[in-house]
Design a binder for this molecule. Structure first.
Ligand code: 6R9
Length: 631
């Protein structure tokens, strides 16, 4: 890789390696400029070409892209491929298996939490499993437009279920399997899901998470929150049923309620491997995913079929310069947008072979990532700066044990990457051979917004993006104004246009240097990015003030060497309370009111089960002693 210092610039430029440029989709900067020009001057021609790779049951009736981003000119809208009908699942599976003859190609190398657990799933097998799951969901009454909550760890069944939803036109709402019962319930209620798909439990590293138990708690909360009469209207009831997964690995004995629990293995065995896809309108909903909102309530982001398909497939192909012999690995969890777009939809739409990883970077040892790269000969690797900073701490030894010579492109996402981490990633992991694509984007945008292209863009370490970037393939980025982009994007949401008419506001601040490179400076709203995950300060403040001792709370961010940012909380206490270690511990746990226990106290049920997560289990006895018998 050749490097040079731009006259007048303090930053070295890292140029794309020639070897990579040879067969790249966008082999050099001029080629990029041509694409860019075409996308701006002839957007319809540009997108028609992208769309021509996919199957449309009915072609679009009008222009491929129609939009208004200017609130002063009427309602904000974006329409992509209006009038067309299609199916996401058909495009990412059937098209690959039948039209492209890729049935035998591995879609996923699944690698479990333990290195001994692995499975290779071909496109053909994936299609079969997805059809079975589709038939199962249909048998359980799920119809087009219904919402299905998915609370699963990183196991193949997660991919089967999400694709099954898209096959039958149901809208999946995936909740990260690390969220609490409260969060799960809140999301189920908000999108009025009729079914919840979960697993018994999962080991994350050495820690066991009892998912089914948490799911049961969440459903109980949901049922408490809806009026009884609603309960009698079956299709409106959140989660009357539950589809349960088998014990994937022997974990725990889970409670079982035959009245509403359904066992995955039993039902999947009884249904056919064939299922006709439901043909949907291009603008029909595809999925809902919740992201933190600055008001404190999670925000449900809805993506629609055609725009999301075109955008994730195009960005995956160009940004990771996808080639047929690649083994691609994105370490995100599918519970986040990165996993939706760049583990499931983008890669599958390109017929890619990916690693699907259930584990964590430090289990059973701190070289696990590098071991997996060697094991599957990974060529493109996509992770978060927080993971890089964590693994940097362990030095070179854990890396040098493994052969990383298969790697060709590295990527990061989720938060700004500091130059120190960038250099370590580039030198130690990429062995100075691999460009680092630092991709800036959001749940709302569905796909990359600002990013270098690996064979076309010289890089500056720590600059989130380069001077020209994929987003400008069809938008104009006005860098002078903080975090604003102009013109539409497929897969884009319809909000955030109020502040600057005609512009989408990302909520991030950014600096543009004299060479035209953008440096994302972090959020300009009340959001904090901890380990690549956005938290709303309002939400944390609300949780703190829920505690009886707290009068007021204010939460701000503080830099953290591994997590990027961490929460720094100021609280003022009510007069009678004293600040001490116990209170601090309580506040850290705040937000988990154990309603299960309170309910049992109210009902005088003495067998309370596990109280180990309570701040002070002794309080239970006190509450029992003061129970009020009369209603
Ligand atoms: C994909 C994802 C979005 C927020 C975004 C910004 C931050 C993401 C970044 C980045 C600097 C990058 N962010 N990628 N900041 N450089 N390469 O993370 O979506 O969870 O919705 O978060 O993350 O602040 O606004 P999401």
């Amino acid at each position: 890789l050749s490097t040079m210092v731009v006259p007048g610039s303090q930053h070295k430029l890292y140029h794309p390696p020639e070897g990579l440029q040879k067969d790249a989709h966008v082999p050099d900067f001029n080629c990029y400029l041509e694409l860019y020009k075409k996308s701006i001057e002839e957007p319809d021609v540009f997108w028609k070409e992208v769309a021509s790779d996919f199957y449309w049951k009915k072609p679009p009736t009008g222009q491929i892209l129609q939009y208004n981003f200017d609130v002063t000119k009427g309602n904000i809208y974006v329409k992509c491929m209006e009038g067309a009908t299609t199916n996401m699942c058909y495009n990412v599976l059937d098209r690959n298996v039948k039209d492209k003859n890729l049935g035998e190609r591995v879609a996923f190398y699944w690698e479990g939490n333990s290195p001994d657990h692995r499975e290779a799933i071909t496109y053909g097998q994936l299609l079969g499993q997805v059809c079975r799951c589709s038939n199962t969901l249909k048998q359980m009454g799920v119809r087009k437009g219904d919402r299905v909550a998915i609370y699963l760890p990183m196991i193949p069944e997660l991919v089967y279920t999400m694709l099954a939803c898209t096959r039958i036109g149901a809208v999946h709402s995936i909740v990260f399997a690390g969220f609490s019962a409260e969060s799960l319930c809140e999301r189920i209620m908000d999108s009025q899901c009729s079914i919840l798909v979960t697993a018994d439990g999962v080991y994350r590293g050495e820690k066991l998470i009892n998912l089914k138990q948490i799911a049961d708690e969440a459903l109980e909360k949901c049922r408490e929150n809806i009026p009884v009469e609603t309960l009698s209207t079956p299709c409106r009831v959140p989660c009357p049923d539950e589809l349960r997964l088998p014990v994937v690995f022997p974990v725990v004995q889970t409670p079982w309620d035959a009245a509403c629990d359904v066992c995955w293995e039993e039902v999947m065995g009884q249904v056919s491997e064939q299922c006709e896809p439901e043909w949907l309108d291009a603008e029909d909903p595809l999925f809902i995913l919740y992201t933190s909102g600055s008001t404190g309530k999670p925000k449900g982001v809805l993506h629609t079929v055609a725009g999301y398909l075109l955008y994730t497939s195009l960005t995956f192909k160009y940004v990771f310069d996808h080639q047929p012999d690649d083994v691609y690995w994105c370490t995100a969890d599918i519970g986040w947008i990165t996993g939706h777009s760049y583990i499931t939809y983008g890669p599958l739409a390109n017929g890619a072979t990916s690693v699907l990883f259930e584990g964590i970077p430090v289990h059973p040892h701190v070289g696990r990532f590098w071991e997996v790269i060697e094991k599957y000969r990974v060529t493109k690797f996509y992770t978060a700066p927080t993971a890089i900073r964590l693994l940097m701490k362990y030095g070179l030894d854990p890396v040098q044990k493994y052969d990383l010579s298969s790697l060709r492109i590295l990527g990061t996402v989720g938060e700004p990457i500091n130059p120190e981490a960038w250099h370590w990633y580039h030198e130690v992991i990429g062995q100075k051979r691999c460009p680092v694509v630092d991709t800036f984007w959001q749940t709302e945008t569905g796909g990359h917004v600002l990013t270098p292209l690996p064979a076309a863009t010289p890089l500056k370490p720590g600059s989130a993006v380069s001077y020209h970037h994929i987003y400008t393939v069809y938008t104009v980025f006005r860098g002078r104004v903080k975090g604003r982009v102009k013109e539409p994007r497929s897969g884009m949401l319809f909000t955030y246009f109020k502040k600057f008419p005609g512009f989408y506001v990302t909520g991030d601040g950014c600096r543009r240097d004299k060479d035209g490179y953008y440096w994302i400076a972090g959020r300009i709203d009340d959001m904090i990015n901890v380990s690549g995950h956005l938290l709303s300060t309002a939400e944390v403040e609300a949780s703190l003030t829920d505690h009886g001792a707290v009068a007021e709370a204010a939460v701000v961010s503080r830099p953290h060497t591994v997590k990027g940012e961490c929460l720094y909380c100021f609280v003022t206490l009510k007069d009678c309370r004293e600040f001490n270690r116990t209170l601090v511990d309580e506040l850290k746990r705040q937000g988990k009111i154990m309603r299960r226990v309170l309910r049992q106290i109210a009902r005088n049920e003495k067998d309370l089960g596990d109280l180990s997560t309570m701040a002070d289990p002794k309080v239970v006895e006190v509450l029992f002693n003061h129970r009020c018998e009369t209603a």
